[in-house]
Design a protein around this ligand. Structure first.
Ligand SMILES: C[S@@+](CC[C@H](N)C(=O)[O-])C[C@H]1O[C@@H](n2cnc3c(N)ncnc32)[C@H](O)[C@@H]1O
Length: 206
């Protein structure tokens, strides 16, 4: 049962996907709130949440910023649930939820002010293609902020090794993530680690 549930983190679908979305919305809340407090968001413009899942982060973003928020996920079930969670803000024209893969974002170049992504980066099969695609959509100076809690130690060990193996995740160390940012053309790459919980925020600007 736990295996079926966990496997649905990659692309939630069906009964187990629905349960996974509930679990993610609750389980990622504290880390998301911690990380969002550290990010300097634009007063207006567009903030994108990539791999938005059940729409938890979109919901917080629409309450703490005045920008328009777009949630993107390649899972149809996540899109449906994120729409449900953000019904009022969608009606008010503040939020939009779109179905798309991170490597083919439905945005014109240089149009996005800020991008965030919570617990999704491990699933991106071609990380360089994904980071370059995000950079294409960001305005110059716009930031990409990756938030995650499964981080490998620099010596290759890590407490999430087994789950990473089981889910075939890209299990990165902080320096590996930094290197992806840098080789994909991001500047000002900085990381913040919340040591008690092992939460990471890593950011770079386009
Ligand atoms: C562990 S969940 C996290 C969901 C949400 N961000 C949260 O914190 O609750 C990972 C999410 O990333 C999405 N995802 C994975 N690979 C993706 C891709 N290539 N393009 C778009 N979304 C992707 C999945 O569908 C899933 O909703």
């Amino acid at each position: 049962m736990i295996k079926r549930l966990t496997a649905n983190a990659r692309k939630p679908n069906g009964f187990w996907g629905k349960l996974m979305i509930k679990k993610m919305n609750a389980g990622h809340y504290k880390m998301t709130a911690w990380a969002l407090k550290k990010i300097k968001f634009p007063d207006k413009g567009i903030i994108v949440d990539i791999g938005c899942g059940g729409g938890n982060c979109v919901n917080i973003l629409s309450s703490i910023t005045n920008a328009n928020i777009v949630g993107v996920d390649y899972s149809a079930l996540c899109v449906k649930n994120a729409i449900k969670k953000n019904k009022k803000a969608i009606k008010d024209g503040r939020v939009e939820i779109l179905q798309a893969d991170v490597v083919h974002l439905p945005f014109k170049s240089n149009t996005i002010d800020c991008a965030v992504s919570v617990e999704s980066v491990y699933f991106w099969n071609d990380p360089d293609k994904a980071f370059r695609e995000i950079k294409r959509t960001l305005k110059p100076g716009g930031s990409l902020n990756i938030i995650c809690e499964m981080i490998k130690n620099e010596d290759g060990t890590g407490s999430h090794s087994q789950i990473a193996e089981f889910l075939k995740l890209n299990y990165y160390s902080i320096s590996e993530l930094k290197n992806i940012f840098i080789r994909c053309g991001f500047d000002n790459v900085q990381s913040y680690l919340e040591k008690d919980n092992g939460w990471l925020l890593i950011s770079g600007t386009a």
